[in-house]
Design a protein around this ligand. Structure first.
Ligand SMILES: Cc1ncc(COP(=O)(O)O)c(C=O)c1O
Length: 425
């Protein structure tokens, strides 16, 4: 892994209230060299070294990675350096390396990746660009985040499309059959999350995309929670678009994301949001007839203009950081901590309702629950006061709680939440 120890220590010193001890950094660096090795999900010595690379304080138990992930020092340092470079050398650009890096990380080609500032932007590019007419039907879940709800609701308002909804089930099989039951001759799109923000149930996206293909439908996936939590191979998944996030599970700078657009689908998805880089470079407003000659022969047709050098330098460093640990190791660790959370919640018996499926393939690092007889917002406020960060889920009438744990968390963090529950049931 490319990390400069002197700069690392300096940045840690500047940026962290708790300055990192050199020995911690060396230990962390040594274990990064283990990237090609399998790390056990319960190797607490390894994972506690990973935790030292984050500017988290001991007073705060942060278990809200589903909203955003804190960046580790190497990402913060790269972001800082990226900004410094732009401001010192005055060279325009320097983010062309990010699409190929992201592509390799998510199992796509570089010309299939558009840079975005967040998932919402990626979803909007996909949602607005898919050709639909009045009466065409789009399938969503009843567990949407506002970022995948409003763009489609806007198309109802603007173009008269129709939304059909399914509720994700406790098993992948049942979820698939609920989707299949909604498909009719007016259906055009399945636009569901890979992992809903509400309860973190991992949806069977590969089968959903296959179902879409079988019925000649478009599959547009909201990938807010996939990258950095689960190893991805988007070609294998078979989706038409996947709106990914770099600031949640990828632990990158806040305000960074990407949209994957399958190469063949680029002839179908209309670019409504264009600028520098979106055409073949031959644009000329002085020559009649004035029109775009050709769109760029890549996903660059869907975005244009100046990007933030520092933020994308941070995204590149985030990919290095995750791959330095190994996505398989990360997935195993977060899934195991998610299971520990589920088991702890189930330990309260009928006082708690665990909302996330326990089915092996349908669970990972996010869990939703309700404490019976306790208002979720009240318990959430109590957690905030006690410096335990989780999320309240008021969306879609769910009124539940959500706990999301990443590689910097451990069982003691989960236990702290359980202690709070114990005191309040
Ligand atoms: C499932 C889901 N979709 C979309 C979004 C929107 O993401 P962003 O804030 O990056 O636009 C989120 C954010 O939490 C989310 O959880």
């Amino acid at each position: 892994m490319n990390f400069n120890r002197r700069n690392f220590i300096r940045t840690a010193g500047i940026l962290s209230a708790l300055s990192l001890k050199e020995i911690d950094v060396l230990a962390a660096k040594r274990q990064m060299a283990a990237s090609d090795k399998t790390v056990a999900d319960d190797d607490e010595s390894y994972w506690s070294n990973v935790r030292r690379l984050f500017p988290l304080t001991r007073e705060l138990t942060y278990m809200n990675n589903g909203t955003y992930g804190p960046s580790p020092y190497p990402v913060i340092e790269a972001t800082h350096e990226g900004m410094m470079m732009a401001d010192q050398d005055g060279v325009y650009g320097n983010y062309d390396g990010t699409p190929p890096k992201l592509a390799q990380f998510v199992g796509a080609n570089a010309d299939e990746i558009a840079l975005t500032h967040n998932v919402t932007e990626g979803i909007n590019i996909a949602c607005c660009g898919v050709p639909l007419k009045k009466g065409d039907e789009v399938i969503l879940t009843t567990h949407e985040h506002v970022g995948n709800a409003l763009p489609w609701m806007n198309r109802i308002k603007l173009h008269g499309i129709v939304i059909r909804k399914f509720t994700p089930a406790a098993t992948a099989e049942e979820t698939l059959s609920r989707i299949a039951a909604l498909i009719n001759r007016k259906t055009r799109v399945i636009a569901c999350p890979h992992i809903p923000c509400t309860q973190g149930q991992v949806l069977p996206v590969k089968e959903i995309c296959a179902l879409a293909r079988k019925h000649n439908l478009f599959s547009l996936i909201d990938g807010a929670h996939g990258p950095g939590m689960i190893p991805l191979d988007l070609h294998d998944m078979g989706c038409d678009t996947y709106a990914g996030c770099c600031h949640k599970w990828m632990l990158g700078p806040k305000g960074t994301g990407f949209l994957y657009i399958r190469k063949d689908f680029q002839n179908t998805l209309i670019p409504y949001h264009v600028g520098a880089g979106s055409d073949d470079g031959k644009w000329d407003i002085m020559t009649e007839p004035v029109t775009i000659n050709e769109y760029a022969a890549s996903a660059h047709r869907y975005y244009g203009g100046t990007q933030a050098n520092g933020l994308y330098a941070g995204v590149n460093a985030a990919v290095d950081f995750l791959q330095g640990i190994g996505m398989d190791n990360i997935h195993r660790r977060v899934k195991s901590l998610g299971k520990y959370t589920q088991d702890s919640l189930l330990g309260f018996g009928d006082k708690i309702q665990l909302l996330t499926p326990t089915e092996e393939r349908s669970r990972c690092a996010i869990n939703g629950f309700i404490i019976k007889g306790v208002e979720s917002k009240k318990f959430f406020d109590l957690c905030m006061q006690n410096k335990v960060r989780i999320r309240c889920v008021p969306e879609n009438g769910l009124n539940s709680l959500r706990v999301s744990t990443h590689i910097y968390n451990n069982r003691e963090d989960v236990d702290r939440l359980m202690e709070m529950i114990k005191k309040n049931i």
